[in-house]
Design a protein around this ligand. Structure first.
Ligand SMILES: Cc1cc2nc3c(=O)[nH]c(=O)nc-3n(C[C@H](O)[C@H](O)[C@H](O)COP(=O)(O)OP(=O)(O)OC[C@H]3O[C@@H](n4cnc5c(N)ncnc54)[C@H](O)[C@@H]3O)c2cc1C
Ligand SMILES: *[C@@H]1O[C@H](CO)[C@@H](O)[C@H](O)[C@H]1NC(C)=O
Ligand SMILES: *[C@@H]1O[C@H](CO)[C@@H](O)[C@H](O)[C@H]1NC(C)=O
Ligand SMILES: *[C@@H]1O[C@H](CO)[C@@H](O)[C@H](O)[C@H]1NC(C)=O
Ligand SMILES: *[C@@H]1O[C@H](CO)[C@@H](O)[C@H](O)[C@H]1NC(C)=O
Length: 449
């Protein structure tokens, strides 16, 4: 029996590409299928820190990340009168050995893309159905093309078609837990972009080698604007507005990160106060219109991550609010552990594959759950909580003892999974780090006579 699996990855987002890079290094066959015709430089800020940068270091990509990023020291929150409501220490360098780095999503996306041989990514492939067949798992795309592999990875985002296909089948077999049948909950609508290069004379805060990470919370707390400075004199910005679940009707529903629906919203929010004494109008004018995207922010942690040959990663199985920038980190951590588990499949039977996928889920679920809950707790940074709650948060921001914040940060930074088929990088920093999980084997290698 052939020992090295062929992996089909649906979605060339951050999670899918990261998995591709790791499988490339492990020498495992894979192909990536992306619905978009081309990769567009959409999106705003993402964060990476001590919990994922060790893997970039293993890959030799830490310098590349530093080139596109600014390090983070703290984040500040203001009211619409530019009065400071509070701030939070975010410098992880001294205790955890790496800064938390902020960068534009598109810059990371292009960096990851550059690491994958072009012929392994198929653009314009909208995967619509999946079937288990005798030889493996088969996907079909809307252009009627089909592909067969041993393992199918759904890295296709919050509205994952792979998940929907898988869950439909599990419902028929009465194997899907009730909680996984509910929709994602949508509480925010959001507009994001990254400005063109700005004039540092007019915007002196851009000169700082550290990132300015600032948010303005509207007085009634229903909306917020976050700005983050990145290299090349650019600002990543995010506007969020709370919507009551009743108004989140189908007309409003726009699950894709696209620019199509953004325009009318742009016109309505120009007056809203943003950090650095700017308004939303200023930010919109400084950003190419077609690179501004509008999206609903959903959150949901799914329980079912795999079945037989099919597995989910990233937003497809745990869509977090972007309040603390954990979505991309968790997608990459998923990819790290999934690559470790796939690499240890020694014979390609369905039970062995499923055992590897179960182990991936077992290793990741609790950590993803913790980050999911943290992202929810810190959603007040995006506004949209009740005024009373916002007031409470204000007190927390101002009076939360530094030591408490530090303990929380240390706990998060203790988890730093690495790939176990490449040289381990030594632990940096002074805080204790959780041990790496030792590789297990799934099945016994069949000897070729
Ligand atoms: C264009 C874009 C902009 C974003 N901007 C931000 C941002 O500013 N801030 C933030 O916090 N998060 C943003 N996100 C989300 C963030 O990237 C994710 O939370 C995180 O990186 C986890 O990524 P993922 O790989 O799981 O999913 P995603 O990044 O959502 O990637 C999923 C990929 O799968 C593709 N896909 C979906 N369905 C199919 C299908 N049927 N067939 C083939 N391909 C399919 C999608 O086109 C997409 O490229 C953005 C996502 C996208 C796609
Ligand atoms: C992909 O296919 C789905 C389901 O067939 C369809 O609803 C959707 O519009 C298609 N998307 C793209 C971008 O082609
Ligand atoms: C795909 O197949 C269907 C049914 O056989 C056919 O109607 C459709 O035109 C085909 N689409 C493409 C893009 O070839
Ligand atoms: C917001 O609240 C502050 C202080 O409570 C007040 O001074 C200011 O005028 C308010 N701003 C707006 C735009 O309502
Ligand atoms: C749904 O949202 C649209 C757009 O905001 C609005 O015009 C419409 O009245 C809403 N419908 C319902 C039933 O709430």
């Amino acid at each position: 029996m052939e020992c090295s699996p062929k992996v089909l990855i649906v979605g060339a987002g951050i999670g899918g590409l990261f998995l591709g890079i790791l499988l490339e290094r492990a020498g495992i066959e894979y192909e990536i299928f992306e619905r978009a015709a081309q990769i567009k430089p959409l999106g705003s800020v993402l964060v990476s820190g001590p919990t994922i940068l060790p893997v970039f270091e293993q890959l030799g990509l830490l310098d590349e990340i530093e080139k596109i990023s600014k390090p983070l020291r703290c984040l500040n929150i203001y009211n619409s009168n530019q009065e400071k409501l509070g701030s939070m220490e975010t410098n992880t360098k001294e205790r955890a050995g790496y800064y938390s780095m902020v960068f534009a999503r598109q810059n990371l996306h292009f960096l990851l893309l550059s690491q994958i041989p072009a012929h392994k990514i198929h653009m314009n492939k909208n995967v619509t159905t999946i079937h288990d067949i005798d030889e493996g798992v088969q996907i079909s795309c809307s252009d009627n093309s089909t592909y067969v592999g041993d393992i199918l990875v759904g890295a296709d985002g919050a509205y994952s078609g792979v998940r929907q296909n898988l869950y439909k089948k599990l419902v028929q077999e009465k194997m899907l837990p009730k909680c996984d049948q509910d929709d994602l909950s949508t509480n925010y609508i959001c507009l994001v972009g990254t400005t063109d290069a700005l004039d540092p004379e007019k915007h002196p805060y851009l000169a700082n080698e550290f990132s300015h990470f600032e948010a303005v919370l509207a007085n009634d707390s229903s909306e917020s604007v976050t700005c983050v400075t990145i290299p090349d004199n650019k600002i990543c910005w995010v506007y969020t507005m709370q919507i009551s679940s009743t108004s989140a009707n189908e007309t409003l529903k726009n699950s894709e990160w696209g620019s199509e629906a953004a325009s009318s919203m742009c016109d309505k929010i120009r007056h809203v106060k943003a950090p650095f004494g700017l308004t939303m109008g200023n930010l919109i004018d400084l950003t190419p219109r077609k690179l501004i995207s509008k999206v609903m922010l959903e959150e949901k942690l799914f329980e079912t991550w795999y079945h037989e040959r099919t597995v989910l990663l990233g937003d497809a199985c745990h869509k977090m609010l972007p309040s603390v920038g954990q979505g991309a980190i968790n997608a990459m951590q998923d990819a790290t552990i999934l690559a470790n588990c796939i690499n240890q499949i020694k014979s390609l039977t369905v039970p062995n594959i499923a055992a590897a996928l179960k182990d991936y889920r077992d290793q990741r679920y609790q950590f993803a759950k913790t980050q999911f809950e943290t992202s929810h707790k810190f959603a007040f940074i995006m506004g949209g909580q009740s005024w009373r709650e916002a007031l409470l948060r204000k007190l927390v921001l101002n009076f939360m003892p530094k030591s408490l914040n530090q303990r929380r940060q240390d706990r998060t930074c203790a988890y730093r999974p690495q790939v176990n088929f490449m040289n381990q990088v030594p632990v940096k920093g002074i805080i204790p780090v959780l041990p790496q999980v030792a590789p297990k084997q799934y099945g016994v290698e069949t000897k070729v006579m």
